[in-house]
Ligand binder design. Structure first.
Ligand code: FAD
Length: 493
């Protein structure tokens, strides 16, 4: 079925050169260039940017960081303005085309892809304007672009993801977690105001006090209720330096105990653990990165910060704050050089309550070695439930502290192996759910409708109501797989 659709689509697109299209043929369901305009066409609205159908643009939009799902869109919009997004969503709604915005495509399971629909490339909407305590940013702005504008002015977003080449739009859809999230919550907890294009093609401003229902739905709403076209995000004063305490733990349990206590007492600005493999490839020891930001003047007091901790070895380093923000650059450069960046990445990500994290982590470590993950990274962030306030970013409710556990592997480019990893992730999610966990929706797993109901539980009725209010024709962001049924949403869903 999928193959037939792909072949038919290729035929439709044959002969369309790498030039902008001018309209849509609703009968043949294909785009038309000027040369083909004699066919009956529905002209595109006037666009400030371009709608393109060239092979390179379609191939880029049909890929993501997972590199194993490829859904080819009919066209890619490179918007020249917010109005272009409004016009194309209206157009998509009129001709029953599905549509999604793509940030940098760093999700791993096709979340930003649209089979036979329209992908909006947000990179052309990436402006950053810095004010005294906030910044107004375009949806395609990456954290690298945002921090390049804020840090020289002595300001920073309170929560930054580890990797800064992902976009604010992608993080608003998914949540956005970083080492400071135990203090400041997710990226979505630090958004002050949004401009959103709903599935009706309406441009709406929303915040905690204006259109609050839309605001709450879109933050962590996985692109289901609107396309974010502008965001006003909180900024806080940035310190000049980051003091890194690199602490070694002999096992996961001792790390979790200290991480839990540190998340609660907030003595550090950033907390993160990485599970290490020994010479035999067995994961077990943990390195904690506990970070204190400071500016020249009174320095952090090491003895006070490390008091009561159970680590067995330590190293202390000072680096400029901007270098800390970009700390993954050399590792990513290396991964690109050795080809690991281009491998399939069926990544696994789950939030777990503190009381069940050790059980779950030990169960996974009993079945996975460094060889199995392609020397992947296993990461644990301690987080606080009371700091996560957005209803649709679902997190464990049973303990105040919970952990994000990521298994970030590099798979061989063999479909059977990738399928096995995705199936294994799906099984782990089931097990994690039994332990009170919630999926972090940036990675790879096959979720059924029932799984999504459980994920949003007890808010599934609210999700349905929001979908009916803001995207009843069900055209937005199909790649998340929440409403995959290609028809309008109704109350029975
Ligand atoms: C190396 C690496 C490190 C990472 N580190 C972190 C980390 O530390 N913390 C963390 O939280 N995540 C991390 N991630 C995951 C990242 O947050 C997700 O991949 C996320 O999807 C953002 O990536 P993106 O901006 O490329 O969005 P995409 O993958 O392009 O999009 C993700 C989803 O958001 C939707 N979307 C994008 N823009 C908009 C918009 N403007 N409006 C509505 N919907 C939109 C898309 O349609 C899609 O469904 C990492 C990923 C990689 C590859």
């Amino acid at each position: 079925m999928m193959k037939e659709a792909t072949v038919a689509r290729r035929r439709l697109l044959q002969g369309i050169a790498a030039v902008a299209v001018i309209g849509f043929d609703p009968v043949r369901r294909s785009w038309l260039t000027e040369a083909e305009a004699s066919r009956s066409l529905v002209r595109l609205p006037r666009l400030d940017g371009q709608l393109v159908t060239d092979a390179a643009s379609l191939a880029a939009a049909a890929d993501d960081f997972g590199h194993y799902i490829h859904r080819t869109p009919l066209a890619v919009l490179k918007p020249g303005s917010i109005n272009d997004v409004v016009e194309m969503v209206r157009y998509a709604k009129q001709y029953n085309l599905r549509i999604a915005m793509r940030g940098q495509g760093h999700s791993t399971h096709g979340q930003a892809q649209v089979e036979a629909g329209i992908v909006i490339d947000s990179s052309t909407l990436a402006s950053v304007s810095v004010n005294a305590s906030d910044a107004v940013v375009g949806p395609g702005a990456t954290w690298r672009q945002i921090t390049a504008a804020t840090i020289p002015r002595g300001l920073t977003p309170p929560t930054l993801p580890n990797y800064i080449d992902i976009t604010i739009g992608g993080n608003i859809a998914g949540g956005g977690i970083g080492g400071a999230s135990h203090r400041h919550g997710a990226v979505v907890d630090n958004v002050l105001e949004l401009e959103v294009v709903t599935g009706h093609g309406h441009l709406r401003k929303c915040s905690a006090t204006q259109n609050a229902a839309l605001f709450n739905a879109v933050l962590g709403g996985l692109g289901q209720f609107g396309i974010v076209v502008r965001a006003r995000i909180k900024l806080v004063p940035a310190k000049q330096l980051a003091r890194l305490y690199i602490l070694q733990y002999p096992d996961v349990g001792s790390f979790l105990d200290d991480a839990r206590a540190l998340a609660l007492d907030e003595r550090f600005d950033h907390l993160e653990g990485q599970i290490n493999a020994d010479a035999m490839g067995r994961y077990g020891t943990v390195t904690m990165f506990a970070v204190k930001y400071w500016s020249p003047g009174p320095a952090p007091v090491d003895a006070t910060l490390l008091r009561g901790l159970d680590h067995v070895a330590q190293e202390i380093q000072d680096i400029p704050y901007a270098a800390f923000v970009a700390r993954l650059d050399p590792i990513i450069e290396f991964a690109k050089t050795v080809g690991a960046w281009a491998l399939p990445h069926p990544w696994f990500d789950i939030f777990l309550p503190a009381s069940t994290t050790e059980t779950f982590v030990e169960e996974t470590l009993a079945t996975v070695t460094a060889e199995d993950t392609g020397n992947g990274n296993l990461i644990l962030y301690p987080l606080r439930r009371s700091k996560f306030k957005r209803p649709f970013l679902r997190v464990p409710q049973q303990d105040e502290v919970f952990f994000l556990y990521d298994i970030l592997g590099f798979a061989p480019p063999i479909p059977e192996v990738v399928n096995y990893w995705v199936a294994r992730n799906t099984g782990w999610l089931d097990r994690g759910r039994d332990l009170g966990g919630k999926r972090y929706n940036i990675g790879s797993a096959n979720l059924t409708r029932q799984d999504w109901r459980k994920y949003f539980s007890p808010l599934w009725p609210a999700v349905l109501l929001a979908k009916l209010a803001y995207d009843p024709m069900n055209i937005l962001t199909p790649g998340q797989g929440i409403f995959p049924w290609g028809r309008p949403v109704d109350c029975d869903d």
